[in-house]
Design a protein. Structure first.
Length: 396
């Protein structure tokens, strides 16, 4: 309750309903004087923030350490003491995806092997230099300035013309990075692949191939080719739409395939929040089918609430996992790594415990249904991801 002065008139300013007491029984608005001081505004703001924080942290405590408890409380009708699941989902998902898209999955900073952009810049300059002496000079200059990421680097003289001989990048003998190659053979394969990517980029062509046939260079050429064919042999509307879009992408990005990949990745990553939100009703439907024999006890909306709480816990636990992983990368302190592993295991274990506690079934039945849930959800995830990936390609 606020400390504002109560109005003498007993008519609600919001809905004009006659009021008996301090609050309107129809719309819930407090019957106080509309004019307020700046201090009242500040105190009201502080109250709302602390009230939200109090509910949030008390809800968070039960959510993380009592799997299945909050959806059970919601089912019983005990809801005022906890933050509403929809409100909490919006808050936690917003925080999670801001951190995830900004720091964890930022496109263009690393490749699929976890190499930093600094290392890639060095590879580019190394390849651009053809003379062996110049390559040695680049290495000497780099080491004289402190090396790469504070490590001294060198070239294997037996393979002077190959970037694979630059063992710091490919073999990673110091094991400072997350995904070092297991053998020099793997490093040479990676070097050849990278060299082919550079050659493709320098040639200015992506060379898109669809259904075993190389696409023409322009949409006009494709239309002309189709017009020359008999109507029965022309592409259908769907195939024609896909081919035309592929040609347009080839025309736009033929000189920058790396930029094309980054654009797709960025568009797809920004679609993940929508994918998660869209998946909620479908996952709840799966739960409805898994517990179809208890449909009189657990309605569809109860499954929705259960999944929402499950997603919230996943968001929070993943934030903890990313934080511990970042601390391990910075400090190389082993306990951070093992704590991150424990958190990841808990994410999968949490769902099983929540199903056992909420639906009141034994661990064997809960485990079997949990296994089915994971299997069906993996198929559902591929389906939803494919739709959003196609959407991302269309939007580029």
């Amino acid at each position: 309750m606020s400390h504002h002065k109560e109005r003498e008139e007993k008519i609600c300013l919001n809905c004009n309903t006659e009021i008996h007491g301090r609050y309107c029984h129809k719309c819930g608005q407090e019957n106080t004087e509309p004019q307020e001081s700046f201090w009242h505004l500040v105190t009201h703001f502080v109250y709302d923030v602390t009230h939200f924080d109090g509910k949030f942290f008390s809800t968070l405590k039960h959510l993380l350490f009592r799997p299945g408890y909050l959806p059970a409380e919601y089912l019983r009708g005990r809801r005022t003491s906890y933050l509403h699941p929809i409100r909490m989902y919006v808050f936690t998902s917003a925080i999670f995806f801001v951190i995830f898209l900004t720091f964890v999955a930022k496109p263009g900073t690393t490749n699929n092997k976890g190499f930093t952009a600094v290392r890639h810049n060095f590879i580019d300059s190394f390849y651009a230099t053809k003379d062996s002496d110049d390559k040695e000079a680049i290495i000497m200059g780099l080491n004289a300035s402190g090396g790469l990421d504070n490590d001294q680097v060198y070239i294997d003289s037996a393979h002077h013309d190959s970037i694979a001989s630059y063992r710091y990048i490919y073999a990673d003998v110091n094991k400072r990075y997350n995904k070092p190659f297991k053998s020099e053979v793997d490093s040479i394969r990676a070097a050849r692949k990278y060299k082919e990517e550079l050659a493709s980029r320098d040639s200015g062509k992506i060379n898109l191939v669809l259904n075993g046939e190389k696409l023409p260079n322009s949409v006009a050429e494709y239309n002309l080719r189709q017009a020359k064919l008999p109507p029965a042999k022309r592409d259908g509307w769907f195939r024609a739409m896909v081919d035309r879009k592929a040609i347009e992408l080839n025309e736009e990005w033929h000189a920058d395939p790396t930029g094309f990949q980054n654009e797709i990745k960025e568009s797809f990553l920004h679609s993940i929040p929508k994918m998660m939100f869209v998946s909620v009703p479908f996952v709840a439907l799966i739960m409805q089918l898994l517990y179809i024999r208890r449909r009189k006890t657990y309605y569809y909306v109860n499954h929705v609430i259960f999944i929402i709480y499950l997603y919230i816990e996943t968001f929070i636990s993943l934030l903890v996992f990313f934080g511990l992983s970042a601390l391990y990368d910075v400090s190389n302190f082993a306990p951070f790594h093992w704590l991150a592993v424990i958190v990841m295991i808990y994410i999968f274990l949490y769902c099983l415990l929540a199903m056992h506690n909420f639906y009141k079934q034994g661990y064997i039945k809960s485990f079997l249904k949990y296994f089915i849930l994971l299997f069906v959800c993996s198929i559902l995830s591929v389906f939803i991801a494919s739709i959003f990936l196609i959407t991302s390609l269309i939007q580029i």
